[in-house]
Design a protein around this ligand. Structure first.
Ligand code: PLP
Length: 427
């Protein structure tokens, strides 16, 4: 596939930084090579002599000597080579991607960094982009400064409505409108709705991507956090044409403070993102990459998968608790679908057209903060009756109090709406 058809002019104009390319060469060259080329500081001047970490299962590791030196040093922009190798093995095992030899991986500073760099490689001023609606606010903030034309695709309880997507694409083509080069999708534990897109719909979307020639940006930080019986099959595992840019993040499964994620995509797209990194933060934090590499080495694949299974059990229990509490406190006031993955409960409030005003005006006085649904809509200027509640972190007691207070807040809002209606003679 010719990927230049998808790239922006800015992305095509980016050139590699010679010093960064030399770091790459120095890392892969034989030991005899003496490099005076790079501006690396001397590790002897660093004040750290040892970093020891204990893991949840009692195992531990210590970084010292040469390994500590490497962990404190500049590395090639693509990532810490031993980690890159471990991530390649992980992706092969977990997704068995077709066309594996034509793909590559780049380590980024969290999913958000990957998201913005991937989108900025593809989306230029005014370009149309398909987005699931509602969608992650972090995507909207990347796209809006580019004046991208957001094409919202509504979702039901299972995620993107693929019949609607087909209609939208058909309609645009028939009307001679500019066609989208990319679709943004967050298919598992969608933020904010908590849905998990069924396999048949994933296949439908992939077929449409091939038919209408667009790429799929699969933002999948909750991939291992599904509460369905079957593990979701990734778009990468369906990708027979090299159209999928897959974003993984360690934020939700190892630690968000590590600021690490990785992109798996066709090599020319990965190369564009790597070159962008050369002009921005050079590479994702080495120390984080070395920590994750050691963790993967000590645990191996099976223990890592066991860790993910424990996370699923942990969040599923929280999902069950918040769902029961919402049922108890919001009965008759709001509706929601039990989330199938991720961190969030998406609640639609009855009788309140715009939760933005309600949350902003009453949240602090009622002692509860939630995200108004409009924050996640492709057109945030339109009123939205939903709110997003996270069940990831609050204690069960706090969840209970929060939903109790939320119910009071809704009642107060409904009472104001009703009084206003009476004053305006609408009742
Ligand atoms: C759907 C989605 N994508 C991306 C991110 C970015 O996360 P990070 O940069 O920590 O990987 C988040 C974080 O909440 C998210 O929910």
């Amino acid at each position: 596939m010719d990927y230049s058809q998808f790239k922006t002019e800015v992305s095509k104009r980016r050139r590699t930084a010679p010093t960064r390319e030399l770091t790459k060469i120095a890392y892969s060259a034989p030991m005899e090579l003496i490099s005076l080329a790079e501006g690396m500081p001397n590790e002897e001047t660093f004040p750290f002599t040892e970093i020891s970490l204990k893991l949840i299962d009692g195992s531990s590791f210590t970084l010292e000597g040469e390994e500590l030196g490497a962990a404190l040093q500049y590395i090639p922009s693509q990532g810490y080579p031993p980690l890159l190798q471990a991530l390649r093995e992980l992706q092969r095992k977990n997704h068995a991607p077709p066309l594996w030899e034509s793909r590559d991986i780049v380590v980024v500073s969290g999913g958000q960094d990957g998201l913005s760099k991937a989108l900025e490689a593809i989306v230029g001023p005014g370009d149309p982009v398909l987005v699931q609606d509602p969608f992650y606010t972090g995507t909207e903030v990347v796209l809006s400064p580019h004046k991208a034309e957001l094409i919202p695709v509504a979702q039901d309880a299972f995620g993107v409505d693929t019949a609607l997507l087909r209609e939208i694409l058909k309609g645009r083509r028939a009307a001679g409108k500019k066609m989208p080069k990319i679709m943004y999708i967050n298919p598992t534990g969608a933020n904010p709705t908590g849905s998990v897109l069924p396999l048949e719909r994933r296949k439908d979307i992939y077929r449409l991507a091939c038919e209408y020639n667009f790429l799929i940006l699969d933002d999948d930080p909750y991939h291992y956090m599904y509460f369905t019986d079957e593990a979701p099959k990734s778009f990468l595992s369906l990708d027979t044409e090299g159209r999928v840019i897959r974003l993984d993040s360690f934020s939700k499964i190892l630690s968000s403070g590590l600021r690490l994620g990785f992109i798996t995509a066709a090599a020319p797209l990965v190369a564009s993102i790597e070159v962008h990194m050369q002009s921005s933060h050079l590479h994702a934090p080495t120390i984080s990459q070395v920590i994750v590499y050691n963790l993967l080495k000590i645990w191996g694949h099976d223990r890592l998968m066991e860790h993910f299974r424990r996370i699923r059990v942990f969040y599923k229990k929280r999902r069950d608790v918040i769902s029961a509490l919402a049922k108890k406190h919001l009965h008759g006031l709001a509706d929601f679908t039990i989330p199938s993955g991720g961190f969030f409960l998406w609640i639609k409030v009855r009788g309140v057209k715009d939760t933005w005003r309600m949350v902003m005006q009453r949240g602090v006085t009622h002692g509860v903060l939630l995200v108004p649904g409009a924050a996640f809509m492709a057109d945030p200027s339109q009123p939205c009756n939903a709110i997003r509640a996270s069940f990831a972190k609050a204690s069960y007691e706090d969840m209970n109090s929060a939903l109790e207070r939320f119910a009071k807040m809704i009642r107060a809002e409904l009472s104001t709406i009703s009084n206003n209606n009476i004053e305006n003679g609408e009742v």
